[in-house]
Design a binder for this molecule. Structure first.
Ligand SMILES: Cc1cc2nc3c(=O)[nH]c(=O)nc-3n(C[C@H](O)[C@H](O)[C@H](O)COP(=O)(O)O)c2cc1C
Length: 353
């Protein structure tokens, strides 16, 4: 992957775990991530706020203050000590928040339409406030927040950053036409709706180098009332624009799995984007060992990211190598705050039954 020498294709997907008390990463995160690190394995850290207006869930980390940067350092060091490659996912939730914002302000978005639905397995957010539509002249400030956060992430020791353009958060709220109802140069045409995303990419790539920048996109997902009427056109446009910036990787989420003859099937709709993208391609969403091997063999993707399986199996690459049994994940502890339970206490192969 660019200048990074990966030894295998099993990527840890970004996973919000709500254990960064007061938005500050904690020492237990060093244990958690180093458990999952392998020599030459890529880990993508949980979504990390770029500013004090970017947060929407309890105890999710940030990377905009000195204290946060210092707190990340030993966590990144612990991953590097095991030879892991570690990227920080840069996040702004936009309207997926409430009025516990600085000065009690409303969350910001591309729109003033409120989110009405929730993430399917998300028990952690009760209600989203009505957002405030960003003024055109306020947008450069948000782009700047991403730039500074990227610089901070590099200062904390991360090898690079992944811009979170997926799952219904701020960047997705600009890109997708179910949400973006703007009439300025950030709304309307595909080009206009993608403008904010690409300004963020440009700023971040300028700041830390395109060879350390990835982007995550979920064109086909309808998360938090955020969907597009022509997802493939959106995704292809983005991928071609990302090529112009020469970024390192594109990390794309499959459409939701569909039930076919009593079994869940991954739709495998990313091929046109994989073909169009010039950097490293990462596919995610519902993969297991067999299906991961299959898509790599077919050249459908370079790398495969695993979310829930990696959460529950700290030694996932080793289990895949041996074709060993997997621990099952416990949904009830995905977003709880305990520093151990459901976090660092999933057994390793030699300790499991
Ligand atoms: C507990 C949990 C937290 C997640 N947090 C994030 C996140 O911070 N950023 C992100 O882009 N996706 C997040 N996701 C989505 C995952 O990265 C992944 O795309 C999703 O789980 C589907 O992959 P899987 O079938 O391998 O689990 C999260 C998913 C789960 C289950």
């Amino acid at each position: 992957m660019g200048k990074f020498d990966l030894s295998h294709r099993v990527v840890m997907a970004p996973l919000t775990r709500c254990r960064s008390y007061g938005s500050v990463p904690q020492p237990h995160a060093a244990v958690y991530y180093s458990q999952r690190a392998t020599d030459g394995g890529l880990l993508i850290a949980e979504a990390t706020g770029v500013s004090d207006t970017a947060q929407g869930y309890p105890d999710t980390p940030g990377v905009w203050t000195r204290e946060q940067v210092e707190a990340w350092k030993p966590i990144v060091d612990a991953v590097h000590a095991k030879g892991g490659v570690f990227f920080c996912q840069l996040w702004h939730v936009g309207r997926v928040s409430d009025t516990s914002q600085p000065n009690g302000q409303h969350p910001i978005s591309s729109t003033d339409k409120q989110v009405l639905s929730q993430m399917p397995d998300d028990a952690s957010v009760e209600e989203h406030s009505r957002p405030r539509r960003l003024l055109t002249e306020e947008i450069p400030r948000i782009v700047e927040d991403f730039r500074l956060a990227a610089r901070n992430a590099i200062e904390a020791g991360f090898d690079g950053v992944e811009i979170h353009g997926a799952n219904g958060y701020l960047i997705d709220q600009f890109m997708k036409d179910s949400v973006n109802d703007r009439t300025d140069e950030y709304g309307g045409s595909l080009e206009n709706r993608c403008r904010f995303a690409l300004e963020v990419v440009e700023a971040v790539a300028d700041e830390i180098g395109a060879d350390r920048v990835g982007m995550r996109l979920s064109p086909f997902m309808d998360c938090l009332d955020c969907w597009d009427s022509d997802p493939e056109a959106l995704a292809l446009y983005m991928v071609r624009e990302l090529n112009k910036h020469g970024i390192l990787y594109c990390h794309m989420i499959e459409p939701r799995m569909a039930m076919v003859s009593g079994r869940y099937h991954i739709p495998h709709r990313l091929l046109p984007m994989r073909k169009a993208f010039k950097g490293t391609f990462i596919a995610a969403g519902g993969y297991d060992r067999d299906e991961g091997n299959e898509v790599v063999d077919e050249g459908y993707t370079d790398l495969v990211a695993f979310g829930r399986l990696f959460l529950a199996n700290p030694d996932l690459p080793k289990r895949f190598e041996l074709n060993a049994a997997l621990n099952e994940y416990d949904r009830n502890t995905f977003y709880t705050s305990d520093p151990v339970v459901g976090y660092t206490d999933y057994p390793f192969l030699e300790n499991s039954a």
